[in-house]
Design a binder for this molecule. Structure first.
Ligand SMILES: Cc1cc2nc3c(=O)[nH]c(=O)nc-3n(C[C@H](O)[C@H](O)[C@H](O)COP(=O)(O)OP(=O)(O)OC[C@H]3O[C@@H](n4cnc5c(N)ncnc54)[C@H](O)[C@@H]3O)c2cc1C
Length: 433
């Protein structure tokens, strides 16, 4: 690889990197995107819900050509008891047009998105690892890659290298993960005939359903997911790394245990496991967001911890941050100023957007989840399941007696009335900024 100079170098071909590369290339900037995988998406996994709004702001009507699986028309939330479930959810025809979200598979989607950047003029280089940032004084001026003569120079480096961000560490804005700041998600892709999926999940055409569940995860604060694709189901569980350390439960055993729950077993029955992968998710939230730019660099997506774990949103924050970074670089290019001040438009855009506002709203949740007695993550859903069972069981007891028993069950699960009230107040505060 010869030594070359670009307007911008983008490190990482995930949603953040491709959004940045596409936006800048379309504006006529000379950009290069470097991805370590054999192709974009080769190393990436997600649950996978892709939202319309943020990608539409980058590529209008993208759904007419992007490889998407199913249009999400229903979102289900399950509170799991041992052999039972309390279900909630929302299904709405209005989610069809305009679509709110689709299910997707990264191996297809990331390739398509990166190819859009390439068509717009980005030079995409794959199977190449960026090993170092190149600096002159306090300014980042390029990157070193693992290719022979692989130094590349640019006015700005866009750091979009994901959750482990080697480059973020070099910049001093990303630190080694603490186990309570990151979750590990394990995911399986389970093949199933299309007709079976449509019957089982009550679907027509390209309709899709997402199911998320909490409870019965071995006393861990975690979330399970089951998303319908065309001919597969994406199934997985994400739990905090600190909880895996504490309980010594292996991720593989966790996912296998969850699959034995009667509700889940029946949904997955007859399916054939095709892929199995594990990946980290940044869960540090608002307080973990680092400085987003400096002299000659910006940082986006998971590398900048921009994940809203409450709403399992990550790809949309990644794409929007990539686009905002690109918009700011285009401005900096016009002014010829790539200093921290010249790139400050990026920080401002993120600060004024839903990204900052949503993460701020949930800023207390991370602390709350760490404070809660882990046993409650199983006990409270179990108590709610028991209450639902008792209320619906016709056994001659009066409804008033049943109601009292249900409240008593919840109180006992929480360790007393005071704890239950405290938990309610703390929970309310944690989700309201
Ligand atoms: C199991 C799971 C389920 C999820 N579910 C959802 C969901 O349903 N909806 C949602 O919106 N989000 C979801 N997320 C989060 C979402 O996947 C991420 O937030 C999003 O992918 C972040 O995009 P990114 O571009 O910042 O990083 P990534 O997608 O991680 O991309 C980073 C890229 O950089 C490359 N790279 C890394 N280091 C180097 C290097 N040194 N040199 C060259 N290339 C490098 C990597 O190979 C990778 O392609 C989920 C995540 C997981 C793990």
């Amino acid at each position: 690889m010869a030594t070359e100079r670009f307007d911008a170098i983008i490190v990482g071909g995930g949603p953040a990197g491709s959004a940045a590369a596409y936006t800048m290339a379309k504006a006529g900037l000379n950009v290069v995107l470097i991805e370590r995988g054999e192709f974009p998406g080769a190393k990436n996994i997600f649950g996978g819900v892709l939202y319309r709004k943020q990608l539409e702001d980058i590529i209008p009507e993208f759904w007419k050509e992007a490889p998407l699986e199913r249009r999400v028309v229903e979102q289900r939330m399950w509170l799991m008891g041992k052999d039972s479930v309390v279900t909630m959810g929302h299904r709405n025809e209005a989610f069809k047009e305009p679509a709110n979200a689709w299910t997707g598979l990264r191996v297809k989607f990331d390739q398509w998105f990166a190819s859009k950047a390439e068509q717009a003029g980005s030079l995409n280089i794959y199977e190449t690892v960026v090993t170092d940032l190149l600096r002159e004084g306090d300014r980042v001026v390029g990157v070193r890659t693992d290719r022979e003569e692989g130094d590349l120079y640019a006015n700005v480096v866009v750091v979009a290298d994901g959750v482990n961000s080697l480059l973020g560490k070099q910049l001093g804005v990303h630190h080694e993960w603490q186990p309570d700041q990151v979750s590990l998600a394990v995911k399986e892709v389970i093949a199933m005939p299309k007709e079976k999926i449509m019957d089982r999940f009550n679907l027509e055409g390209d309709e899709g359903v997402t199911t998320e569940f909490i409870g019965q995860l071995g006393g861990m604060a975690g979330l399970g997911f089951m998303y319908t694709n065309q001919e597969t189901i994406s199934f997985g569980v994400g739990v905090m790394v600190s909880d895996l350390k504490r309980t010594k439960i292996r991720p593989y055993d966790l996912i296998e245990n969850v699959k034995q729950h009667p509700m889940i077993r029946k949904m997955l029955q007859g399916g054939e496991s095709k892929e199995y992968a594990a990946h980290l998710i940044p869960e540090g939230g608002f307080h973990a967001i680092p400085p987003l730019s400096g002299n000659g660099w910006v940082i986006c997506g998971d590398a900048a911890q921009l994940v809203n774990f409450v709403h399992r949103e990550g790809t949309n924050l990644a794409m929007t941050s990539g686009k905002y970074a690109a918009d700011a670089i285009i401005e900096a290019h016009a002014k010829g100023d790539f200093s921290k001040d010249g790139l400050a438009g990026y920080d401002r855009r993120v600060r004024e957007s839903f990204i900052h506002k949503d993460l701020k709203k949930y800023q207390g949740l991370h602390g709350l989840l760490n404070d809660i007695d882990p046993k409650l993550f199983d006990r409270l859903p179990a108590a709610l399941n028991d209450a639902a069972y008792q209320m619906l069981l016709i056994d001659g007891l009066s409804k008033a007696e049943k109601q009292k028993a249900a409240i008593r069950g919840l109180r006992e699960a929480a360790g007393g009335t005071a704890n239950l009230v405290k938990l309610g107040i703390k929970g309310w505060r944690a989700i309201n900024g």
